[in-house]
Design a protein around this ligand. Structure first.
Ligand SMILES: [Zn+2]
Length: 98
């Protein structure tokens, strides 16, 4: 008998995006819970800890993609849908914490 375990996570369970600087290991989070925090990050174009530049400028495609993701994710979670929407993650949560 084969048993397959799948893990689905509600959008409401995601509370923040975590950014870990590859230069210094410092971390900063962008909240997915409030729009005011959403608008405040990323405040700058560099790591808030070591100040290494993360983005080429305010129009950097990577920075823009993060901002669009934050905006759309927050919007998607706030809209009433006629279905439950969850994200599937690979493996199981038990595997992730091992
Ligand atoms: Zn850093």
């Amino acid at each position: 008998m084969m048993v397959e375990v799948k893990t689905f996570v509600d959008l409401a369970d995601f509370i923040a995006l975590r950014f870990t600087c590859r230069n210094c290991g410092g971390e900063v989070s962008a909240s997915l819970l409030s729009e005011s925090k959403l608008l405040s990050f990323p405040e700058g174009l560099s790591c808030p800890h070591c100040h290494k530049q993360w983005f080429e400028g305010p129009n950097d495609k990577r920075r823009d993609a993060i901002m669009v993701f934050l905006d759309r994710f927050t919007q998607l979670r706030s809209l009433k849908m006629p279905f439950d929407l969850q994200l599937e993650v690979s493996g199981t949560l038990a595997e992730k914490s091992a």
